[in-house]
Design a protein around this ligand. Structure first.
Ligand SMILES: Nc1ncnc2c1ncn2[C@@H]1O[C@H](COP(=O)(O)OP(=O)(O)OP(=O)(O)O)[C@@H](O)[C@H]1O
Ligand SMILES: [Mg+2]
Length: 369
């Protein structure tokens, strides 16, 4: 008799990995994997691998890898973002371990097949998609890669006449969704996102406050707390260590400039994509622009995009309610709605690459030895 299937939707992001499953469980962790640096760190942490928040907390005791940092492997070549060729395999291994970890934390019933859909940047290459598939094959019995904005649209029941913008950490993906799966050439991936805003904010604050002690991570936290793109927002006052003393610094100007830096690229890409459709359809798309991804939470971004598009006609921008899980929820929904025979074909093509729990344990033990 056929075993019942468990379905999963995975958003394997540059910044965070969120997963939703047909058993009702879902959770999110930072996309980080850490290996203890030495025996002392191993003894302290009590395990060979550490993931997510815990890996961030114990960074100094770990060799930490963010497998998709700045879009690496998912969209750009590792070398483009400074990964040394000899480290690429380690990044791929980290991606594989991350998928294994989040799926095992779902505590799915043993022995049941697991079929999953994973999000990818709109213009991910065949190579990029293969990296993602390979990362999942050891854990899932069948896997499909679907463009991130399409997953968001699906999760929000916006599969017709919408224009979805997914503002992630590594990429911004823009895709018109018109009732069918979009062609590659009808979508755009911009190689910018929240990471770039953090870099720019860090640079601008260091420029104006050269004696401030500011890490990139703190710059990100300031952006997440105050980030805005409107003209009339409340001042953003951050507490920075300046000359060793906690000091209140008004970073509004720097923050506004850094956050706004992504807007022109988004509006240009939107106009380019919309211009491919006839005039009536353009109006429909302009009237249903959906903002998703963590970066969509920048205050005033919806109005800023509406204003920038105003000269080309009316535009209406809305933000997704749940930017953390919108992609994973949409991927799960699609996985559950695909016909069984479609999944069976994928299983047959993939062969049996999945590792049993025993095999996984053996791999961890051999690594620890
Ligand atoms: N409240 C907030 N305001 C502004 N930006 C935010 C906020 N919360 C999170 N972000 C930013 O959103 C980005 C992460 O978004 P998301 O989780 O969608 O990315 P991802 O899916 O991991 O990345 P990608 O899709 O590029 O692979 C980070 O740059 C983060 O700093
Ligand atoms: Mg994303």
């Amino acid at each position: 008799m056929n075993q019942p299937v468990t379905y999963v939707g995975l958003d394997l992001g540059t910044f965070k990995t969120s997963v939703a499953s047909s058993n009702g469980k879902r959770f999110v962790i930072p996309s980080v994997v850490g290996w203890p640096k030495d025996r002392v760190a191993r003894a302290l942490l009590g395990r060979d691998l550490v993931f997510g928040e815990e890996a961030l907390k114990h960074q100094s005791a770990l060799n930490v890898i963010r497998p998709f940092h700045r879009g690496a492997l998912k969209y750009v070549d590792g070398a483009d973002v400074g990964i040394r060729p000899e480290d690429v395999a380690k990044h791929k291994e980290a991606a594989l371990l991350l998928v294994q970890h989040v799926v095992s934390d779902l505590e799915l019933p043993a022995g049941r097949p697991i079929y999953g859909i994973i999000g990818a940047p709109s213009r991910a290459t065949v190579f990029n998609k293969q990296v993602i598939i390979n990362a999942a094959r050891r854990t899932l019995d069948a896997v499909m890669v679907v463009a991130d904005p399409f997953n968001i649209a699906n999760g929000m029941n916006q599969l017709s006449n919408s224009m979805v913008i997914d503002i992630g950490a590594g990429t911004i993906d823009i895709c018109p969704v018109c009732g069918t799966y979009p062609k590659d050439e009808d979508q755009i991936t911009l190689p910018v996102g929240g990471d770039l805003i953090d870099d720019e904010l860090h640079r601008l604050i260091k420029q104006s406050e050269p004696y401030a002690d500011l890490s990139l991570n703190q710059a990100r936290q300031i952006k997440e707390k105050f980030g805005f793109v409107r003209d009339d927002d409340e001042p953003a006052i951050a507490t920075l260590q300046v000359d060793g003393k906690p000091t209140q610094v008004d970073v509004s100007k720097q923050l506004n400039a850094a956050c706004r830096s992504i807007v022109p690229g988004i509006t240009e890409a939107l106009l380019e994509l919309v211009s491919k459709f006839d005039r009536d359809f353009q109006k429909l798309l302009f009237n249903n622009i959906v903002l998703g991804g963590g970066g969509s939470q920048l205050k005033g971004l919806d109005q800023q995009i509406e204003q920038a598009l105003q000269k080309d006609g009316q535009a209406k921008v809305t933000q997704v309610h749940d930017p953390v899980f919108a992609g994973a929820n949409g991927a799960l929904k699609m996985a559950m709605s695909m016909p069984a025979n479609y999944w069976q074909q994928i299983v047959a093509q993939a062969g049996n690459k999945k590792q049993s729990n025993t095999q996984r344990a053996r791999v961890s033990l051999s690594r620890a030895a």
